[in-house]
Design a protein around this ligand. Sequence first.
Ligand code: PAF
Length: 287
Amino acid sequence: MVVFKKIEDLKQYISGQKGKGRNIGFVPTMGALHAGHISLVQKAKNEDMLTVCSIFVNPTQFNDKSDLAKYPISVDADMELLLKAGCDMLFLPSVEEIYPGGEDNIKVYDFGYLDTILEGAKRPGHFKGVGQVVGRLLEIVEPTALYMGQKDYQQCMVVRKLIDIMALNGLKMEICPTTREADGLAMSSRNRRLTEPQRLVAGCIYQCLVSIESKQNSDNFELVRKECEDLLAAKGFATEYVALADARDLTLLDNYKSDTPMVALIAAKIGEIRLIDNILLEDSRNS
Ligand code: PAF
């Protein structure tokens, strides 16, 4: 694995590889890697991509600066995992490298409705930061394919819109399934901050999502939402949202809707740790 800290060096290497006919698969991360990230690298490799992973803790996407200060950093362990997975290139830029003109001098993209709901509403400015860094990284890496995890469903939709805005018509975006622990907890870099008792109950977020899916025939999402909020509260979570939305554009739904692909999404906090998760609902209403 070749490690790059400078944009120009990475660009030059990638351009040489493209000259040899290689396709580039890109996995952007903020480090603290886990099996979910590694599954993205593996997916890219399975598709015969020369794989670039970036590790950059992007300051502009943290609306809560204390969250940024506590973000887990484990570059040595991350490099081991990437090496084992056969990642070809690692991009480890500094903040100055990514934002040479300072934070105020960065392109801002407008994500409209997507930035006003759920994560956008709870974390003002978060998607602006995600757009800034992903836009910048896509300009640098110019990948053939971009691999992102479904766990951050709304982020995936924002990035899809970014690709549209940037008119990167040839770029393929792959949204890969969420990797889960045995009790269903979605893998996340934040999980390592959970205490043992918090970790023991954290699987209940996934249980709630599964119950939202399995109760479609009730035709009463309000009741199912209330049951989820009660379960989360009983386990010590403060719920931020339990939502149902059209999976294509995240239009929020008050109730289950036939002939509509749906996604259920939850954000909840336990202690200081904020967790999010989602599932796409299988249509079981007529079965
Ligand atoms: O999902 C993440 O880890 C980050 O939001 C991303 C996409 C790497 C941008 O910093």
